[in-house]
Write a new protein. Structure first.
Length: 95
């Protein structure tokens, strides 16, 4: 996988694209069944970009949708409901 990161680095340089090492994260996306069979979530893998270790994440927010490594909607639904409950609580207190 580090070879692929080097290829992305080369591509970004050729296209004059900037990559922020501190904001760049990575995650392995797979089904829940594959994760359980191959223990992908428990493997300690390190990806490097220009000498810095990239942060391994399990959930990310993209276009206001929370995506997890198993492509499950649980995190998105939980965070959306939590935000909705907070909004309802504040609106109830103001009326």
């Amino acid at each position: 996988m580090n070879y692929d990161v080097k290829s992305l680095d080369q591509y970004s340089n050729e296209c004059n694209l900037a990559v922020n090492k501190t904001k760049t994260n990575w995650m392995v996306v797979c089904t829940t069944q594959m994760d359980m069979v191959h223990s992908l979530g428990r493997k300690q893998l390190s990806l490097f970009y220009r000498g810095s270790i990239l942060k391994h994440i399990h959930v990310t927010k993209l276009l206001n949708v929370y995506l997890d490594n198993n492509l499950s909607w649980i995190d998105h639904i939980t965070k959306t409901l939590s935000s909705g409950y907070s909004t309802l609580t504040v609106s109830r207190k103001t009326h």
